[in-house]
Ligand binder design. Structure first.
Ligand code: ADP
Length: 402
């Protein structure tokens, strides 16, 4: 069974084709800068012996429809192809950012599901329209294949009401659904299950904190398999310090900026989402550069690392309290998986919580799932490579095959 996983953005389509018998990726790629004259498509196929063949083509002024048509042609290409015909694709799984309060699980896409995704556009004005475009385009190219929507918010729909409500006038929730939703749900739920499998314990008997630290970053508290709190909120702006997002701030700061600097709402939106976080503190949003500059003695980069890791530590403390005890702390995402210094800083001086890192294990040069706490430690600290695409493929298979 071959499942195509698609992540459609406003100007990009990322894709992976899985053979579900082996869960191996057969082909992967990205169509970028859709709609501009700098459009391009990068397509890589993986042979059974592990060798890769890469093809890059420029494709100016393609729209999403032409983009996916070109991707499909490459999937069937004589040299780079991995399928003979579009009917070889058994199902298509779509990453959909916002499922609002409607979706606790993935959904097989029909008119009702499309309408619900559309209804949630006000909550994700940049993402849901693009996701809908991706679904429509895939439906026209793979008319026989069931399409499944896997929502970034779904895993967090188990939050209890006291965790998802803001202390705002209740009618804002009743009328326009202002509440915490949370994002990165596919990654949090994937790494939580991987952690349980690694520890050899059922997920429904574990108390976990999962830290997804990529360009965006979020923390989740997972109790007995259910997410009970998460750091992103109505939007992905809340919570941890990120590459360019501020995370938690005093909510009165925008009023202050408006009054003192005459900033418009759009300017503040840009400031908090695109100019803040690591970039705001030290000018770099890529963690590798921040670490390099800090190592060279740059004070602002050092400050950025202090603020970044202090915020994570606060969430570890808060979520340990929320969970009433902790079995494992899970690091994932580009930073969580690859930056031992960040992991070490987040976990320093937490021995009273049972949290401690084995320095040698933390520095080990491997990409595999691994434990970086001493064997005897009360809390297992794990580095778990995330794989959102595989999770979407698995969910799609589950929905389609039952
Ligand atoms: P996205 O959220 O876009 O999927 P990723 O999960 O790929 O992002 O994470 C990107 C972040 O991971 C960047 O800040 C990058 O600097 C960081 N990163 C990747 N590799 C390393 C590394 N070896 N050391 C430190 N940070 C790294």
């Amino acid at each position: 069974m071959k499942i195509l996983v698609i992540n459609t953005g406003s100007s990009s389509i990322k894709y992976q084709l899985f053979d579900m018998a082996t869960e191996k990726v057969l082909a992967t790629g990205i169509a970028e800068n859709i709609g501009s004259d700098a459009g391009s498509l990068t397509h890589t196929t993986m042979a059974q012996d592990g060798t890769r063949k890469k093809k890059c083509i420029s494709a100016s002024h393609m729209d999403h429809s032409k983009g996916l048509a070109r991707i499909t042609a490459l999937l069937m290409d004589r040299d780079h192809g991995v399928i003979r015909d579009t009917s070889d694709i058994a199902a298509v799984g779509h990453r959909v950012v916002h499922g609002g309060e409607t979706f606790q699980t993935p959904g097989i896409i029909d008119k009702e599901v499309m309408d619900e995704i559309e209804k949630n556009i006000p909550l994700a004005p940049l993402h849901n329209p693009a996701n809908l475009t991706g679904i429509r385009v895939a439906q026209s190219i793979f008319p026989h294949a069931p399409q499944v929507a896997v929502f970034d918010t779904a895993f967090h729909q188990t939050l209890p009401k006291h965790a998802y409500m803001y202390a705002l006038p209740y009618e804002l929730y009743e009328k326009i659904r202002v509440r915490r939703y949370g994002f990165h749900g596919t990654s949090h739920s994937y790494v939580a299950q991987e952690a349980a499998d690694f520890l050899g314990k059922p997920l429904d008997r574990l108390h976990l904190i999962t830290l997804h630290l990529g360009n965006g970053a979020s923390a989740s508290a997972v109790k007995n398999g259910q997410c009970v709190d998460t750091s992103m909120g109505l939007t992905p702006l809340e919570g941890l310090v990120m590459g360019t997002r501020a995370g938690d701030i005093d909510p009165a700061i925008p009023f202050f900026l408006s009054r003192h600097l005459n900033m418009s709402i759009d300017d503040m939106d840009d400031l908090l989402n695109k100019e803040s976080g690591l970039k705001g503190l030290c000018g770099e949003n890529d963690m590798r550069s921040v670490l390099d500059n800090a190592a060279k003695g740059d004070d602002q980069s050092r400050l950025a690392l202090d603020v970044y890791t202090y915020r994570i530590k606060k969430y570890i403390g808060a979520y340990t309290a929320v969970l009433g005890g902790l079995d494992a702390l899970v690091f994932t995402g580009g930073i969580g998986e690859n930056a031992p210094e960040i992991r070490e800083r987040c976990c320093s001086n937490l021995t009273y919580l049972g949290i401690g890192i084995d320095p040698d294990k933390n520095m080990a040069d491997t990409k595999n799932l691994r434990q970086i706490s001493p064997v005897e430690a009360a809390v297992a600290i794990l580095v778990v490579p995330t794989n959102e695409e595989l999770k979407i493929a698995r969910e799609t298979q589950k929905m389609v095959c039952g």
